[in-house]
Design a protein around this ligand. Sequence first.
Ligand code: HEC
Length: 110
Amino acid sequence: MARNFKDLSEQEILALAIALEEEDGRIYGDVAQGLRLAQAWCEECHAVGAKTVGPGRAGPDFRDIANRAKTTALSLNVFLRSNHDNMPNFIIPRGETDDIVAYILSLKGR
Ligand code: HEC
């Protein structure tokens, strides 16, 4: 049965919007700016650099997150805009989210 757009959850609409936006395969964020933001906002709990540091911080190393097979711009966007139990719920402006996502994805394969 066809579903009505208004029946979609907020999360599904978000995922759809991001998927459409990223269909052309471009990454919109600024990697250098993303690193600066990550150092300011995320480093307290995550190793944000290109080197793996391992357990010791509250959250996983960004390099490890980047290299998981399931990590994509979409999965990072959805994670950063949804509620989590163990990580503070940041209200990150859209452009800044793109920068941080671009930075994390730049660690793939490094
Ligand atoms: C106060 C500590 C804390 C801060 C600050 C923090 N995180 Fe986290 N983060 C965590 C913890 C703990 C986890 C693992 C538990 C979880 O997935 O909820 C996590 C997990 C993650 C994950 C992995 C999600 C997955 O799929 O497993 C991502 C991506 C992430 N954080 C991004 C960020 C970004 C980007 C920032 C900065 C804007 C940030 N975090 C700041 C504690 C933090």
